[in-house]
Design a protein around this ligand. Structure first.
Ligand SMILES: Nc1ncnc2c1ncn2[C@@H]1O[C@H](COP(=O)(O)OP(=O)(O)OP(=O)(O)O)[C@@H](O)[C@H]1O
Ligand SMILES: [Mg+2]
Length: 211
């Protein structure tokens, strides 16, 4: 069994900010390692009453293989659509093939998203780990062609070569937004049993606060 995820300090304002951002087409959460990107996603995705169907993909470290990425995304979309039992196609994922056609795969994902009544939100964590050179072009095409009611949230440690600003529907959450407030930092430290002098506790990132 995987170890239980550590309890997160509530960051309701940030969760609400992500919710507002996610009303647009594409949200990029871009900040260095340990800034709290995944934790924010987790808090947002798991919050009670989350009404969206989420297709979640975590890009493995150093992913060179675009095909593996797209198969994982297609699988996540199908899982999201089938999760409420209403529309699972039951179709097996295509087998990996040496003739992989990324462009055809983008069309396929778009078509399955278009058929998903009520829409799906794609959530891709650690996009900077996708190292396949052609992936940004295909991903840009996916993100700029998303059907109605479909949204995407991407996290990355540094900007990835996506040409998204053209869509006019890009929202961004950056390191400054993720920084813990003094109150949040105190709560985090209290939870760890650490007491600091007043001046030591301003504007920290979570990983620094913990370590
Ligand atoms: N709200 C929170 N409450 C408690 N701890 C938190 C919170 N947010 C982040 N942390 C802690 O800070 C550390 C870094 O957070 P997280 O893994 O979310 O960062 P990240 O930006 O996703 O980093 P990476 O780029 O390495 O994936 C984790 O150990 C996490 O438990
Ligand atoms: Mg992370």
């Amino acid at each position: 069994m995987p170890p239980a995820a550590p309890r997160l300090i509530d960051r309701d304002d940030l969760v609400a900010a992500l919710d507002r951002a996610a009303a647009g087409k594409v949200t990029v959460i871009s900040a260095p390692a340990g800034s709290g990107k995944t934790s924010l996603l987790r808090a947002w995705a798991d919050r009670p009453g989350q009404p969206r169907r989420l297709a979640l993909v975590q890009v493995p470290r150093g992913q060179q293989d675009a095909q593996q990425f797209w198969l994982a995304l297609l699988g996540a979309v199908r899982h999201a659509i089938g999760a409420d039992g209403s529309a699972d196609s039951g179709e097996a994922l295509p087998a990996a093939t040496p003739d992989f056609d990324a462009s055809a795969m983008v069309d396929r994902v778009l078509s399955e998203l278009a058929d998903a009544h009520g829409g799906v939100t794609l959530v891709i964590d650690d996009l900077h780990e996708l190292l396949s050179p052609e992936a940004p072009t295909q991903l840009t095409r996916l993100l700029t062609s998303l059907p109605p009611q479909t949204h995407a949230i991407l996290t990355m440690r540094h900007d990835v070569r996506l040409r998204l600003r053209l869509t006019g529907e890009l929202a961004e959450i950056r390191a400054a937004d993720l920084r813990f407030s003094e109150l949040e930092a105190r709560e985090l430290l209290d939870a760890s049993g650490i007491t600091l002098a007043d001046q030591d506790c301003v504007g920290v990132h979570p990983v620094r606060a913990g370590g």
